[in-house]
Design a protein around this ligand. Structure first.
Ligand code: WT7
Length: 653
């Protein structure tokens, strides 16, 4: 690898880093990586004592494994997440800024110090206790991306309860399903939200969902806009009124390392969304150690993770990682295009952001907008530019590197998942040589395998391509699926026994760099959001006009992938533009705007096998203009459907 550097292969990319990084060189990484794989207990035991504060030290670093799905870390140990994120920094330096809130309308922005954060978290924790929330209970959070969302998550963890955040773009139906699955007792929301100049009717959506969510006893409402909202006396309470009643310090409740910290729902290839369960100590360690090395976070740094706290990126890199490390996190309520396409660059300039983290889908939008939105903004504070959620194309990488990073910053293309908790393949800023489009090398403790999907055997050596799996547990791997441990085993651990299966295809090139090829299951990645085709199909079928549906992903210049829905209509329904629009609206309403199909294509008959299985593979080929490589269709029950679909796609797409 040093040879690579010497050849000048991207060796000048991180002029800003040299003397400051936590590690000294790529060789240093290689040596530590080796140690982390050969003796994970030593490596992670030391790291956990260095990066986390414990109420009771652990004795057993790790136990269990992928064979039985009983992974556990830091046993006998006890700690509290909010203490680790807030108290210890507030005691050392109460005036230090923990959160910079950039409101949708920039003039509403404000800062929150560590001292103030501790007071807010303490008060809210006491409110939750007064509402009857106890250790192990689940609390739903449906809030815009504002500091109170961070306060809410931390307050839940302070009393040992479990947060379940539902992104405030989900519909009332999706919210209801998630509340019911986790039987949440309390939900925290706001009167409304503001995003991109538009109003989000959070309280109204919560009220709709609660018509069919009997577990919720109390609703706590943060006043964000002050508009009139529906109110149920005895059930609904104002955030400011309740917090005013409580002391500004409340003691944290120590929990066991393996007690769940939170649930976060994510889509899989089958069935309803899964509540991915993360443990307390392992997850926190993963967040802290990856951010420290991958982003090269130093104490004075200001990290701007542009993702919403409603997704895993917001959980790990807007909240837990920066606060565990005592750094400052920018919480942005708005969108990159409001009031214009300079918004991110204004924020970076205004707050002197050192690490910026975003999904390629936003970069594509901003690149397309033109250079005039970037010119004139001082982005010289930046050191690390992160990318997440989908592959970053070479041209976007170059643009990010040159125009935003002034050819001086490190691009950190980070590969991970809701289930992995934190980065699993990612470069270390200032340390790892870069190839545009490759997430580079595994993080500490991540023992990767590329598997031949046909034989199930590991493909060893370089220059191989297959599906991506991990051979050994690491601290932040998800422990279960809420209330459905068997589903956890079936989804992740059964496909290749003894391994964790990511669901992604990947290649390892001749120099050992990893290249993520995308999902190999029925999951579509739209603008970095993971959507299940099965869930969208189920929603379409609920519409009274739809007989059958099949949803596939197609590549899209702006959103990475887009959703294309094929439907056949029931007798008596005509194939009209209105019905197509209605179906798109239906999915927006039933799941959320981000899941809406880009196009609905009406056809007479879906291609099926004799046993009735819909052949999505064929549909995928047709929408990608690869109809000539569909292959043998003679085994279909209705081979004639294929020509009709090709014709329909020609006219309708
Ligand atoms: C899926 C996980 C991880 C936070 C955001 C998404 C895709 C993620 C990359 C990357 C190529 C990537 C994978 C993965 N993905 N990062 N750097 N390069 N693909 O979390 O919703 O759990 O989705 O996102 O397909 O499986 P998620």
């Amino acid at each position: 690898m040093t040879a690579l550097l010497r050849q000048g292969c991207y060796s000048k990319l991180w002029r800003k880093h040299p003397s400051k990084t936590h590690l000294s060189s790529f060789d240093h990484y290689s040596q530590l990586y080796k140690e982390s794989i050969e003796n994970p207990d030593k490596f992670f035991g030391d790291a956990a004592r260095e990066l986390l504060s414990w109420d009771r030290d652990f004795k057993t670093v790790s136990s269990g494994g992928f064979e039985h799905g009983d992974v556990a870390w830091f046993l006998e140990g006890q700690l509290n997440a909010s203490y680790n994120c807030v108290d210890r920094h507030a005691f050392a330096n109460p005036e230090k800024i923990a959160l910079i809130y950039e409101a949708d309308d920039a003039k509403d922005s404000r800062n929150v110090t560590y001292g103030e954060l501790l007071r807010q978290v303490s008060k809210l924790a006491a409110v939750l206790t007064s509402f009857g929330v106890k250790k192990g209970d689940t609390v739903a959070i449906y809030l815009p991306n504002i500091p109170e969302a961070i306060v809410a998550l931390l307050a839940v963890t302070r009393i040992g309860a479990i947060h379940s955040v539902i992104f405030a773009g989900f519909s009332s139906g999706s919210l209801k399903d998630r509340i019911n699955d986790a039987k949440c007792k309390v939900i925290i929301t706001s009167d409304e939200g503001r995003r991109g100049g538009k109003t989000v009717y959070t309280k109204k959506i919560v009220d709709d969902s609660l018509k069919n969510a009997p577990s919720i006893e109390k609703v706590l409402v943060f006043k964000r806009t002050g508009s009139e909202i529906p109110w149920t006396e005895g059930r609904d309470f104002w955030w400011h009124e309740e917090l005013d009643k409580q002391r500004a310090y409340s003691p944290p409740v120590a929990v066991n390392s393996e007690d769940p910290l939170f649930l976060l729902y994510t889509s899989g290839s089958t069935g309803s969304p899964k509540g991915v369960v993360h443990s307390t100590a392992g997850y926190l360690l993963g967040a802290a150690i990856t951010a420290k090395h991958v982003f090269d976070i130093q104490e004075k740094d200001i990290l701007f993770t542009a993702g919403d706290v409603g997704w895993i990126t917001g959980h790990t890199y807007a909240l837990y990682a920066p606060l565990l490390l005592g750094a400052t996190s920018v919480i942005f309520e708005g969108t990159p295009a409001y009031p214009n396409l300079s918004r991110y660059w204004q924020i970076i300039e205004k707050y002197k952001v050192t690490q910026f983290y975003v999904a390629p889908t936003a970069l594509r939008l901003l690149k397309r907008g033109g250079e005039e939105f970037i010119t004139g903004h001082d982005l010289s504070s930046l050191r690390t530019l992160g990318s997440v959620g989908e592959p970053i194309a070479g041209e976007i990488w170059e643009w990010y590197h040159e125009l935003i990073g002034n050819s001086e910053c490190h691009i950190a293309d980070t590969y991970w998942q809701t289930e992995t908790g934190s980065h699993i393949i990612a470069p270390l800023a200032g340390i790892t040589p870069m190839k545009p489009g490759s997430a580079s090398f595994p993080f500490f403790g991540i023992d990767l395998a590329i598997i031949d999907p046909v034989t199930g055997k590991e493909l060893v050596g370089n220059d191989v391509e297959g599906v991506l799996a991990v051979k050994k547990p690491w601290p932040s791997i998800a422990r279960s699926v809420w209330g459905a441990h068997q589903r956890y085993l079936d989804t992740y651990l059964k496909p290749y026994p003894g391994l964790y299966f990511t669901g992604d295809g990947a290649a390892r090139d001749h120099e050992g760099f990893y290249w993520i090829r995308g999902r190999v299951d029925d999951v579509v990645n739209v603008s970095g959001h993971r959507l299940s085709t099965a869930e969208i199909e189920a929603s379409l079928i609920e519409h009274h006009s739809v007989a059958e549906s099949a949803v596939v992903g197609v590549s899209d210049d702006l959103t990475g992938q887009a959703v294309i829905a094929f439907v056949s209509l029931k007798d008596g329904f005509d194939h009209t533009q209105e019905i197509k629009k209605e179906l798109i609206m239906h999915v927006r309403k039933e799941i959320g705007p981000f899941a809406a199909p880009k196009t609905v294509i009406v056809i007479d008959d879906l291609p099926k096998t004799r046993s009735g299985k819909i052949m999505r593979r064929i549909l995928r080929k047709i929408v990608s203009n690869e109809a000539d490589s569909i292959g043998d269709i003679s085994t279909l029950n209705n081979p004639q459907s294929v020509d009709q679909i090709i014709a329909a796609v020609d006219i309708q797409l």
